[in-house]
Design a protein around this ligand. Structure first.
Ligand SMILES: Nc1nc2c(c(=O)[nH]1)N[C@H]1C(S)=C(S)[C@@H](COP(=O)(O)OP(=O)(O)OC[C@H]3O[C@@H](n4cnc5c(=O)[nH]c(N)nc54)[C@H](O)[C@@H]3O)O[C@H]1N2
Ligand SMILES: Nc1nc2c(c(=O)[nH]1)N[C@H]1C(S)=C(S)[C@@H](COP(=O)(O)OP(=O)(O)OC[C@H]3O[C@@H](n4cnc5c(=O)[nH]c(N)nc54)[C@H](O)[C@@H]3O)O[C@H]1N2
Ligand SMILES: [Mo]
Length: 681
């Protein structure tokens, strides 16, 4: 590190280090690594997330900030009491709502949907996969061709216009640019009316079903819910912009239980009533390097130092990275086109990784710091999306084991900045310090907490349920002048002059149907006729503990299952438990067939997270375990936000006829240790 920052400057250190790591306020790996790198002069960082990369950039142009995306949603109790129709795009899979960053005190998704249902709420799930919504909710399933939701929503808008069902008063008072959008919908700008008939050939949803849905949505209190997944594809900005536009046409935004909300089924905390204060976290300090990349552009950055790229109206240039520092993430799980990432990874001179397991990223590091897991260290767990604060006690002690904090403290000592990094506090002193801050914040919000020693000996504390919380954009609806949005017009921007001024053909001035490169209607589907959905796994968090029992129990013959429609399986003479090769021009992996009638024909599903286990030394080796990111395409959603486009991916599948290689990635690598071999790591 000394050498690199001396020779090239701190900007040559990439410390983006994206990833979830584990729950815990103090040992939060991202905070630790960023604080450490800031103490030694800074680093090139990353912005936005893999979760909502496209939406994080788009939604502020439309609404002024990210409300409705990751904060300020209309809460479940309000939905339960008021909503009469929920139209879900991408369903609301219970598997995803098992998870919340920082921890969960109560799982809410299933019970909330059941409560709404028993109050008479109808549910429509628009998704390529039937079990994206719990079967006992009696939802109407409209299977849709992946990444064509914008065409469907345009047709819903067209029907509203044709039948005069849109709320003209709402559009006038609260939105900007509807005229330009409606001209496009009617076909005045491109000669194509975005009719139900037009959309039915794109989406494979019957025109009558589209018209009927449009009428239903105007006739009753309707909430449009959209999974975060929909913006994780090429032009992923469009479905989000279009969902807000459609909700505006219905005119129910800001009414109890009406309007829209993103991610209700993506993570547990969305729609959970919370108190209006935030818990403390480890201060990260100030980064003296200003440079950043959009998080999913890592391979582009490593492969193209100095190259220009567009991002949110700016032309930027990639830095020349010499050293990568990663703690708490697994890019060889999370990034798209892993063979390309593997090539890019050879460019920097040094890669340093902290992790607890020999996963694919650790195997590609020059220097590995093995760190203790969450179960081997003390911490405090709490979450801004929950009411819980809990001690997180270590359940065993590992002699000589080090946490991320211990490693960074020791490095900081050698780099003469230990006092700045630790501020003279031990781990326990940091826990007390952070907890005291939590007591102060909760106290000023009216919730007394016990002192540290009492807290530490007790169990989790769950703050009382908050009373009323305003619905999404309720105040704006009540008084749009007093509560104007932070957009240029102060209103909801159905047309954005700002985005228009960027002149991006992949993200024009209002929502549009833009044909992606890879979808079932693309010419390329002649060669690769299956659309791959690589969604979140049921039995683990991303790639974490894929080596553990819970995850391995869900595999088939030690590999990831790939779900395929029986008709598609028949066409390829495949049956359950066959080992198959899933492939396209970017790569190939092995997986095990699980036929499933609850998929749209032409769609296959392979969850993320199997540890990358490539075999062979050619440029695109076969992954023998079932990691979908050897198949996904590494392009930005658009020049606006450069988010990941993981869900835009065509593949073909055939039976694997070679000798089936064993999965080896869970075996410890063999070491050749210098000296006596007394090291026991
Ligand atoms: N194809 C496709 N790819 C995707 C997605 C998709 O939908 N499709 N989804 C994307 C999304 S939304 C996300 S968020 C990413 C997730 O990508 P990541 O967040 O990178 O995935 P994780 O498996 O959670 O990686 C966390 C790593 O940190 C380690 N770890 C845990 N605790 C600690 C700790 O305290 N210290 C240290 N040093 N390490 C620790 C774990 O062992 C693990 O290796 O994946 C993205 N990738
Ligand atoms: N069990 C578990 N839960 C998790 C995670 C995990 O790793 N494991 N990860 C967490 C994280 S970091 C995140 S960001 C969230 C992600 O939450 P989401 O992004 O909502 O989750 P996904 O599982 O990618 O996708 C949800 C569903 O969207 C549907 N879908 C995909 N593309 C389309 C499309 O074009 N149109 C329509 N209509 N539907 C589509 C798919 O059928 C898919 O099952 O999940 C969180 N929850
Ligand atoms: Mo995510």
């Amino acid at each position: 590190m000394e050498r690199v920052r001396g020779a090239y400057g701190n900007g040559a250190i990439f410390g983006g280090s994206y990833g979830w790591a584990s729950a815990g306020r103090f040992h939060h790996a991202q905070s630790q690594v960023h604080r450490f790198l800031n103490c030694i002069g800074g680093y090139t960082r990353s912005v936005n997330t893999y979760s909502t990369g496209a939406a994080e950039v788009l939604v502020p142009h439309v609404l002024g900030d990210t409300r409705g995306l990751n904060v300020a949603h209309t809460t479940w109790p309000v939905i339960e009491a008021n909503t009469r129709l929920i139209v879900m795009f991408g369903g609301a899979p219970e598997r995803n709502a098992q998870v919340n960053s920082g921890g969960i005190s109560r799982h809410v998704l299933r019970d909330s949907l059941r409560a709404a249902r028993s109050n008479g709420c109808e549910i429509v799930s628009i998704s390529p996969i039937r079990d994206d919504v719990l079967p006992d909710l009696g939802a109407r399933w409209l299977p849709i061709v992946p990444t064509t939701d914008v065409a469907l929503m345009l047709a819903l808008a067209h029907t509203l216009l044709e039948e005069g069902l849109h709320d003209i008063e709402f559009l006038k008072r609260y939105t900007e640019g509807f005229d330009r959008f409606s001209a496009y919908v009617r076909g005045a700008t491109d000669g194509i009316a975005k009719s139900a008939q037009w959309a039915s050939t794109i989406t494979r949803i019957e025109a009558d079903d589209i018209r009927r849905l449009a009428r239903e949505m105007t006739g009753t209190r309707t909430m449009i819910m959209m999974a975060w997944a929909l913006q994780r594809s090429e032009h992923g900005e469009q479905p989000y912009w279009m969902a807000i536009t459609l909700a505006a046409m219905l005119g129910q935004i800001g009414l109890p239980g009406g309007g829209f909300g993103f991610g209700y089924g993506s993570i547990n905390g969305i729609g959970v009533p919370v108190h209006g204060f935030s818990w403390p976290s480890l201060p990260q300090g100030r980064n003296a390097v200003g440079d950043f990349i959009p998080v999913a552009r890592i391979s582009d950055m490593l492969l193209g130092p100095g190259e220009a790229y567009e991002y949110n109206g700016e032309t930027r240039h990639y830095p020349d990275i010499k050293l990568i520092y990663w703690a708490g993430g697994n890019p060889f799980h999370h990034h798209q086109d892993l063979h390309r990432l593997n090539r890019a990874w050879q460019r920097p001179e040094t890669v340093i990784v902290h992790d607890s397991w020999w996963n694919a990223t650790v195997r590609r590091a020059d220097i590995v710091f093995p760190v203790l897991t969450q179960l081997e260290r003390d911490d405090i767990a709490c979450s801004s999306r929950d009411r819980l604060i809990s001690p997180s006690h270590r359940i065993r002690t590992v002699a000589g084991g080090m946490t991320d904090f211990d490693v960074f403290s020791a490095l900081a000592r050698r780099l003469d900045t230990e006092d700045v990094f630790t501020e003279g506090r031990s781990t326990e002193e940091w826990l007390r310090f952070l907890y005291d801050e939590a007591v102060a914040r909760a106290g000023s919000a009216g919730f007394p907490l016990p002192d540290f020693d009492q807290f530490w000996q007790g169990g989790a504390i769950v703050l009382p349920e908050p009373n009323d919380q305003p619905g999404l954009l309720e105040a704006f609806r009540a008084d749009p002048l007093e509560n104007r949005l932070k957009t240029p017009s102060g209103r909801i921007e159905i047309h954005s002059a700002t985005i228009d001024s960027f002149s991006y053909d992949d993200c024009p001035g209002h929502p549009q149907w833009l044909e992606p490169q890879e979808w079932l209607g693309a010419a390329k589907s002649a060669e690769f006729p299956l659309h791959l959905i690589s969604n979140q796994p049921v039995g683990r968090l991303h790639s974490q503990y894929d080596n553990g029992k819970a995850s391995r129990q869900r595999k088939r013959q030690g590999r990831e299952p790939v779900r395929i429609h029986p008709a598609d399986a028949d066409r390829r003479q495949l049956s359950d438990d066959d080992v198959v090769m899933v492939f396209n021009e970017r790569g190939a992996c092995l997986a095990v067939v699980e036929t499933c009638a609850g998929l749209l024909e032409g769609v296959v599903q392979l969850a993320t997270g199997a540890w990358f286990d490539p075999r062979g030394d050619e440029e695109r080796p076969l992954d023998v375990h079932g990691n979908p990111n050897v198949l996904t395409r590494d392009v930005g959603t658009s020049r606006l936000s450069q988010g990941t486009a993981a869900h835009s991916c065509l593949v073909e599948i055939r039976k694997y006829t070679g000798v089936i290689p064993e999965v080896r990635v869970f075996e410890q690598p063999q070491f050749e240790l210098p000296g006596s071999g007394s090291q026991d790591h």
